[in-house]
Design a protein around this ligand. Structure first.
Ligand code: PA5
Length: 436
């Protein structure tokens, strides 16, 4: 199959030259080599590299488990961070799923009440996802939902409509799933949360929504063949990593991912987690931000065009649309739009993309253009692998461990202390002394 992804580095606004990118190739390939040889920092979290192939054998069991949710009108996917964003990103990009709802990714009681108000417990299934099995938000949400479901249909029927995705042996969720007899799927030890969309974390809810997880894996498999290659000229993932690293070295401290399709909003959220949590440590890393265009051209567009020149922009453009709409002719033409009569919205959007990219480049904002052929399962699998490999390489170039997230513990400890959890008594005292 031809590659569904291309990369254009010709809009870097003279900040980084093609020669500089080529000159970085030995370092980028060395970084790639260390990932493939499973050496360097975080080497025991490199399971995502071969995941597209490793996950293949799980497809029959995942499809069978997804089938069990067929009769459900709604399925609530309970999880946060890497146990949430890849699912939401994929389902939204594929056109949305009226069936799948989300919980465990917030603590707001108003939002939770709205969710329960909109669901019929007699027709709802639950997929609870947590690698550690101890994350507070999904644990609290699952307890509420499990109680709600069991109350409506009884423990036995509820059990048949609950599946858990968690660690092979550790964590409270694993213990509960075993004790209750839930269908259970494993997140491999060597795959971190933000790299887990192609494990049962993503595959089970995506299959339950009726999408083709075989094609999602196929896209990632094909991508892995290309992005594991030491040929720097064709390895677009390594080239993207090299370009953004060089831009970072020249003072571009934030990367804004822009899209021209609302369906991509959560792909940007997934990307932000991937890069933010992987790179943002030891005082280093590009700050990942995102904009949805053309909406944000009427707000953030001003800053992108003329604000501080410490940003780079990566535009994710999708070349084809599933549907198109023509602009009608109007006999009065009061708004003077007849020059567009008969033109398709896809074409108008494309001119917005082209015009924006060149305006930003001319304004001194370096633009990396990533073009995806379409929003299919295959292309999304390809895209995820492209970004994951580039993120691994970027981490190596920066000299940090792109596979841990020590910084997310700080808020958790404070929260546990404030909630009165056992073992956090001293911290609770310290916080009290600070007036918290
Ligand atoms: O990337 C990560 O590891 C995190 O963002 C986790 O995905 C997130 O904290 C959820 O963790 P868990 O799946 O253990 O509940």
């Amino acid at each position: 199959m031809p590659s569904p992804l291309s990369l254009d580095l010709s809009y870097l606004s003279d900040v980084v030259s093609p020669n500089e990118i080529e000159a970085l190739s030995p370092r980028a390939l060395e970084a790639l080599q260390s990932l493939l040889e499973k050496t360097g920092r975080g080497a025991d979290f490199l399971g995502w590299i071969d995941l597209p192939f490793d996950a293949q054998k799980q497809l029959p069991a995942l499809r069978k488990a997804a089938k069990a949710f067929e009769k459900c009108e709604s399925v609530v996917s309970v999880g946060i961070g890497g146990s949430y964003l890849g699912i939401k990103a994929t389902l939204e990009a594929l056109g949305g799923s009226p069936k799948v709802h989300y919980a465990g990714n917030y603590l707001s009681p108003t939002s939770f009440s709205k969710l329960l108000r909109d669901l019929n417990p007699k027709k709802t299934g639950l997929i609870v996802i947590s690698k550690s099995g101890t994350t507070t938000e999904p644990a609290v949400a699952f307890r509420i939902l499990k109680t709600w479901l069991e109350k409506a249909v009884g423990k036995k029927k509820a059990k048949a409509r609950i599946a858990a995705v968690t660690d092979q042996s550790k964590g409270a969720l694993k213990g509960m799933a075993d004790a209750e007899g839930y269908a259970t799927f494993v997140i491999p030890d060597d795959v971190g949360g933000r790299y887990s969309v192609l494990t049962p974390v993503g595959l089970l809810p995506i299959a339950a929504a009726g999408f083709d997880i075989g094609q999602l894996l196929k896209g990632a498999q094909d991508a892995s063949k290309v992005f594991k290659s030491k040929d720097f000229s064709s390895n677009l993932s390594a080239r993207y990593a090299a370009a953004r690293y060089l831009l970072y070295q020249k003072g571009k401290v934030a990367e804004v991912l822009a899209n021209f399709r609302p369906e991509l909003h959560y792909v940007s959220e997934w990307w932000k987690q991937l890069y933010g949590e992987s790179e943002g440590k030891e005082g280093k890393g590009l700050f990942p931000a995102s904009v949805d265009l053309t909406t944000d051209l009427h707000s953030m567009g001003q800053y992108l065009q003329e604000g501080q020149r410490n940003l780079l922009e990566t535009i994710l453009w999708v070349r084809t649309e599933e549907k198109d709409v023509a602009i009608p002719k109007d006999k009065d033409d009061r708004e003077g739009l007849n020059f567009l009569a008969g033109k398709k919205l896809s074409w108008v959007n494309e001119q917005a993309f082209k015009g924006t990219a060149v305006a930003h480049k001319d304004g001194g904002l370096p633009v990396i253009r990533v073009t995806l052929e379409d929003l299919s399962e295959y292309s999304l699998g390809y895209l995820y692998y492209f970004f994951e490999m580039a993120c691994g390489i970027s981490g190596r170039l920066l000299g940090i461990n792109p596979f841990d997230q020590p910084g997310v513990e700080a808020y958790k400890k404070n929260m546990f202390a404030l909630l009165g959890k056992k073992g956090f008594e001293q911290l609770a005292e310290d916080l009290k002394a600070k007036g918290v």
